[in-house]
Each structure stands twice: as C-alpha cells, then as structure tokens.
Design a binder for this molecule. Structure first.
Ligand code: G6P
Length: 623
C-alpha cells in the first residue's frame, strides 16, 4: 500500500527510483510518480495513473536528469487514481515537493484553514495538505531563518516539525525543498521508512527491498523522527528527544530474495520456496536436549510465561487463518485456552481480558494498521504483547515487547504463501514451548520435534502435485463459485484455500468447516459449483467422508485433497490430489500447498495479474 523511494547521490535519481518502485510494486498501487531536483532548483515532475512501466516510458521520452529525487506509488484512499491525485505533490509556490504514505485524518480542517490563507489545492488528496502546511510554517518562520542560529537547516527542521505536530493520522514522508536543494527530508509516524546508507549516497524507502544491490547498511527510522538526508550525512531528530544518534544495522536481504529467478510469478516462486523457508524458520529453534523450542527474542522468562493462563492471537487476512491453526495447536499441546481475534474487531471491542493473558500479533508485514492498533490496545492495558512477524524492524516488531521473526525472506506476491506456512511453523514451535513448560512430556516433545524436522522434505514431496493441480485448474477455470471444506486442523486450510482463490482469480469462493456446510452453503451446490474437500487422514476422516457423500448426492463436482494411499475418496471424488501422509498436526502445512497452486493456476488461466491482484495491497497501513 503506497511505496516511497527517494535517492540522493551521484547516480541518476530516476534510475534508482524506477527500479526501486518496481520492487515495491507488490505493495499494491494504482498510480506512480517522481520529482527530481533540476537545474536552478526547480522540480521536474513525472506522474501518471496506472503502472510503473507507463511512468518509465514517460521518463524515457523526457528524461529528468539529476541526482536527488523522490518517487512514489500510490494506492488511492482520498481521491481517485488520477494524474492530479498522484504524488509527488507541490507545496506553496512549488517550494516543496512531497510524497506521502498513510492517512491524514484531520486533513479537511487543515485544508479549510490553508484555503483561508490563500493556498490553492490541485488534488483531492490528504497528502497535498501536508505540503502546503509545511510551506505555511516556513513562511511563518522566515524571521527566525534570517536571525538563525548558524545552522542553515534549522528553519527547515522547525517548520517541518511544527507542521507535523498539527497532523492527526499516519505518515511516511519524503520531501524536497527548493531552498535547501541538497537535502531530502524524511519523517515517519506509523508508516514505515528506512534509510539505506551508501558511499556518498543515501536511499529512503518504505521497506528494504529497493536498497538491495546498492547497500546492506540500513537505518530504521522510528515514529516521530525526522531525518535530514544529504549525500554524505544523515541527521535524525526526535519530536521529544531532539537530535538522536541513529543506528546503522546490517541488512540481511540478498538479491535472489527479490528476484524472480526462473519463475513466471513471485507467487509461484514463493510456493516453491516453502521447503527452504520452513527450514529457515525452524533453524536453531528446536532442541532435543530439552525437547522444546528455543526463542531468542521473547523477552519474557520461563517463569513469566508459566504464569500465562490465556493466549490471544490477533491478526488479519491470511495471518488470521494461521492464528486459527495456532489455536488448535496451542490448545492441543499446551492445554492453554486460546482466543483468535480479528485485529480490526479487537481494537474497538474492549473485551474483558484476564490478568495473565498474553497477546501475540501475527503479521507478515508488521505494518498492518489494525493489527498494530490491537497490539497497542492490549499493551496499554498492561498485557505482554509479542509479535510473530516476517519483516525485521517493522512497526509491529518494534512496538511489541518481544517476538519471533519468521525468517521467511521477503514475500513479494500479494497473496501470502510462504509467510503463512512459516507462521504455522512458529505457532507449532510455540505450542511445543508452552506445552513443555506445562504438561507435555519429554518424549512427546521429542516426537513433535522429529515431525517438524521432516516437514521441509514433506513439503518438497507435496510440490510434486504441481502438474496434476494444473490439469485440475484447466478443468475448473471457468466456474464462478467454489466451496472449500475441511475439519479440525484443516478447517483453517479450507478458509485459506478459498481466500487464495478469491484474492487472485476474482472467483467467488467460500471456506467452511465441512459439517457446517449443511447449514447454508449446501444450497449453492449444483453441477457448476465444485467443492474442494481437504480430507487427509486423521480422526475426522470418516465424518468428512459423509459430508463429501452429501455433496456428491446433489451432483456437485468434488476435488479432494487426500493422503497418499487413500482409496476410499478416489471412488467418489471427480479429481483427487494426493499429499504425503504426515502427523495430524502437520496436515495444514501440506494440504495448503495444492490449494495455493490451484488458486495460482486458475488465476493464470483467467488472465489475472497474480502478483498484483486488483484492489489489494500487500501491507494494509490504513484502517
Ligand atoms: C493484506 C494482504 C493479505 C494479508 C493481510 C494481513 O490484506 O493482502 O495477504 O494476509 O493484509 O497482512 P499481514 O502483513 O498483517 O500478515
């Protein structure tokens, strides 16, 4: 959702920005633009609704030469995806060029005040308000600028800080100023920004992916910080603390993490990455010595964790489905009561929460606005809050008291795949950990570790279903409705399978617990509505078989995901996908793989843009 790339240094800024914006495409956007500091300190601007390729063509025809620039991909919130609403926006009399991520909630009030001051607005966006507001404060501060304290940037910093203090909402900002042509000003509150440190050059971006290949030195900007970024120097100030020392960290991302390699889409690459990403998630975290999982960053002692008598798992989207599996796992292994809450509901619901309750926020991006708000709410009430998160240094990772990183590498496809299975792996290890500090025996702990160790190989074997799934996708690519049914550990798999299909193929799909199908969805069943049954082995096998018979009796086509060696289902189902037989608690890991592939191939056959589905954003940083 919206992306920022800015550059200052010896390269052509547009080269860095266009390449960087392409790497941020996965976040979702509907217009793109850049501003480059030109000769005589005038801004050269190119922006357009639509794809980055269109912007690149415009720049090819009319190059914007210069080594300082700000770039943006916009995901429309306030105002349609038009040329006028695309960023960058200008403030004052083209004194400022600005790109903004986030939402300014009080923009209408500020806009009214600025219009009274004579400012004329070109767009319907909340972002343009920020540009004019800073200009307003710069003009107000002119006297100070003349008297000055010797620091030529002081008036700039003062004006920016004064304007930001008036904003309600969230922002990640990168700005250029005609009067200070050698600096990019970056600021954040609730919308991520990082600074890449190069040799005589700096990069500003919404996440680390545009930096890869240029530098592995990164500064994570924190909320309420403003950075003055020049080619050779960065100065960071904090709203309350004044000038602060910034900490340069090592960026562990590699170029193959953000390249497609030989795959046609990131989603397919990420599906096939899963054996490796699962290994990375579990590496060093399973110990036979104590038959438990080991986590370095929980920041709570075993004694404190032993006090926990209730767990809340909160998340959105796919991460919420992972939480549902987590509920089954933690309750099973640790006999701890677990509640799974949509973050968007939890943040406003004000539920009574027992004293010894711990919250885990599960999020791939670490930036989802609702998940962050839910975490803050529970933190405010004094509960320990932990994050299960993929993106290092993200807002939720920073704000949580502690947490567990997925180490799944950057996930670029908008539809989450490898992050989901890594979330499941973390939750399985967490269930083992909680189990072992409670009732789970040493022997049972070792058996769980054995099974988890075998998991990457089992996923590798599962990927062999690829061709078969592609064949099935061809058969059903023209349907308009699909049902997904599963029970117990595979009820969340059914939900996640349906969500995958919806997200990228725009087909209507519903996931249900198999037995609930009788209470409504069965009315949808006819010969044009296929049902995907997730029905590997396990104690609910016979129950799900009866549900399958009920669908067949009504003429509905059935695609069944079953354990290898199964013969009963083959008799009834129209299409069968065999997956390796695993311990029951690992079924959600293997059974989701064919459903990810099914959604992928149906979407490709229907001509959909798999990695950038319409209307969706990878990280949803608005409420
Ligand atoms: C968006 C994405 C989904 C994702 C959800 C939660 O809607 O399109 O794929 O599951 O956000 O994201 P998070 O980063 O918090 O896991």
């Amino acid at each position: 959702m919206c992306g920022i790339v800015a550059y200052i240094g010896k390269r052509q800024a547009t080269d860095v920005m266009i390449e960087g914006l392409r790497r941020l495409e996965y976040r979702g956007y509907d217009s793109a633009g850049v501003a480059v500091m030109g000769p005589e300190h005038c801004f050269q601007i190119a922006k357009t609704p639509g794809r980055i390729e269109t912007l690149a063509e415009i720049i090819d025809q009319h190059p914007l030469a210069g080594g300082i620039g700000i770039g943006h991909t916009r995901w429309a919130t306030h105002g349609a995806a038009t040329q006028e609403n695309s960023h960058p926006h200008l403030g004052g009399d083209a004194a400022i060029a600005l790109v903004h991520n986030g939402v300014i909630e009080n923009y209408q009030t500020l806009k009214g005040q600025l219009e009274d001051e004579g400012y004329v607005f070109q767009s319907a966006t909340d972002s343009e308000v920020v540009a004019h507001l800073i200009d307003f404060h710069l003009r107000q501060g002119d006297d100070e600028a003349i008297s000055g304290n010797g620091d030529p940037y002081q008036p700039l910093l003062t004006a920016v800080a004064a304007a930001l203090a008036q904003l309600r909402g969230t922002y990640g900002l990168a700005m250029l100023f005609r009067r200070w042509p050698d600096v990019i000003v970056a600021a954040r509150l609730g919308s991520p920004l990082v600074i890449g440190v190069g040799n005589g050059e700096h990069f500003v971006a919404s996440d680390a992916s545009p930096l890869v290949g240029y530098t592995d030195q990164i500064v994570y900007l924190a909320d309420h910080q403003i950075a003055l970024v020049r080619a050779h120097e960065i100065n960071v100030t904090h709203r309350d603390l004044g000038e602060v020392r910034h900490c340069i960290e090592h960026l562990a991302m590699e170029s193959q993490d953000v390249s497609l390699e030989d795959f046609p889409h990131y989603m397919l690459k990420e599906i096939f990455d899963q054996p490796r990403t699962l290994q990375d998630t579990m590496r060093g975290r399973l110990s036979y010595d104590d038959a438990t999982a080991v986590f370095g960053g929980l920041n709570l002692s075993p004694q404190q964790l032993r006090q926990v008598n209730r767990v809340i798992l909160t998340a959105c989207g796919t991460s919420w489905h992972a939480a549902l599996v987590g509920e089954y796992l933690i309750e099973e292994f640790a006999r701890l009561p677990v509640e799974v809450e949509y973050a968007s509901e939890l943040r406003y619901r004000n539920p009574p929460v027992d004293r010894d309750t711990i919250l885990f926020a599960i999020t791939q991006s670490g930036e989802t606005a609702d998940t962050l708000a839910a975490l803050r709410e529970l933190k405010r009430k004094g509960h320990p809050t932990l994050a299960i998160c993929n993106v290092v240094g993200s807002s939720i990772a920073q704000e949580a008291d502690g947490g567990i990183y997925l180490h799944a590498g950057p996930e670029i496809g908008v539809a989450s795949t490898k992050a989901y299975t890594s979330q499941l792996a973390v939750l399985a290890m967490l269930a083992l950990y909680f189990g072992r500090i409670r009732h789970l025996s040493f022997e049972a702990g070792c058996r769980i570790i054995d099974a988890l160790h075998e998991l990457p190989e089992k996923i590798q074997q599962t990927l062999a279903v690829h061709d078969e799934v592609k064949r099935i996708a061809e058969k059903y690519a023209d349907v308009t409705n699909m049902l997904y049914l599963g029970r117990h550990y595979n009820f969340p798999t059914a939900l996640e399978g349906a969500l995958k299909l919806k997200e990228i193929s725009y087909l209507h799909a519903e996931g249900y617990p198999a037995a609930e199908m009788k209470h409504g969805p069965i009315a949808l069943v006819d010969q044009h509505t296929p049902t995907v049954f997730v029905i590997p082995q396990g104690f609910v096998y016979d129950k799900v078989m009866s549900n399958l018979e009920e669908i067949k009796a009504r003429g509905g086509p059935v695609i069944a995901v079953v354990g290898e060696g199964d013969t009963r289902v083959a008799r009834l189902a129209d299409d069968v996908i065999y997956v390796p037989v695993v311990e029951e608690f690992l079924e959600p890991f293997v059974s989701i793989v064919p459903l990810q592939l099914l959604a992928y191939h149906i979407a490709v056959l229907r001509g959909c843009d798999v990695d950038k589905p319409r209307n969706l954003a990878k990280s949803v940083t608005v409420e």
